[in-house]
Design a protein around this ligand. Structure first.
Ligand code: DX5
Ligand code: ZN
Length: 217
């Protein structure tokens, strides 16, 4: 698959979300970080904002739920217009049931792992997913330094995906920038979330194109 860049609106100006979404049209998905101040020590936005964003842009929404009780809330994000919904395995009561419910409602189902969560216990769940997200920072904030120690986990996950012959996207999120994206791509990631590297740039659309070119090099 060609490399995908998903700008994270966590680094955008929340008072101008529609314009900030339009500034990166041409990106594959817009990454929307939902935080509840319980699963992570930060609070962002919820279902009503996702509904409005879905109306404001043609770019499909990739909702990353950093929340407790995703089993209860994730389906509402599909109804709000998300094309892809990611829940954290550390918070999900029944990840297989939840992935099936997200798919049944018509969105791509994705599961995220915090840095200290290993992939190996979840090998048998991979066929239930459309994407796996490996966090390359502790979730909660944009602008953190990329954790190099996650590269072996990305590599092992790519091997598992190949071993099972799955069409599963492998996303990385946190500290992805011009200076780290090539390492992620080399390790086997194919979907790259970038917050500060896109919205901190003078021309966010050009930053998306630059990152994509680097990931595909
Ligand atoms: C962090 C979020 C990320 C964040 C990435 O918990 O999940 O999506 O926006 O921001 P950068 O790219 O600045 O690390
Ligand atoms: Zn995220």
């Amino acid at each position: 698959m060609a490399a995908q860049i998903n700008p994270s609106i966590l680094s955008a100006d929340f008072a101008r979300l529609a314009d900030e979404a339009k500034a990166v049209e041409g990106a594959d998905f817009l990454h929307v970080d939902v935080m509840d101040n319980h699963f992570v020590p930060n609070l962002t936005l919820g279902v009503p904002v996702v509904e409005s964003l879905a109306r404001a842009t043609d770019t499909p929404l990739d909702c990353h739920l950093m929340i407790e009780a995703p089993d209860r809330w994730a389906p509402q994000y599909v109804e709000a217009g998300a094309s892809s919904v990611t829940f954290h395995v550390e918070a999900a009561a029944a990840p297989v049931r939840l992935a099936r419910e997200i798919r049944a409602k018509g969105a791509r189902a994705s599961m995220a792992l915090k840095p200290a969560t290993p992939i190996e216990p979840y090998e048998d769940l991979l066929p239930e997913l459309d994407m796996l997200l490996i966090m390359t920072v502790e979730p909660g904030f944009g602008g953190q330094a990329f954790l190099d120690i996650m590269l072996p986990k990305i590599r092992r996950t790519r091997e598992l995906i190949s071993k099972h012959g799955l069409d599963l996207w492998l996303q990385v999120d946190g500290g992805v920038s011009a200076s780290t994206i090539e390492r992620c791509a080399e390790a086997g990631a194919d979907v790259f979330v970038a917050g500060s590297a896109v919205y901190g740039a003078e021309d966010p659309a050009a930053a998306v194109r630059g990152l994509r070119a680097q990931a595909e090099a």
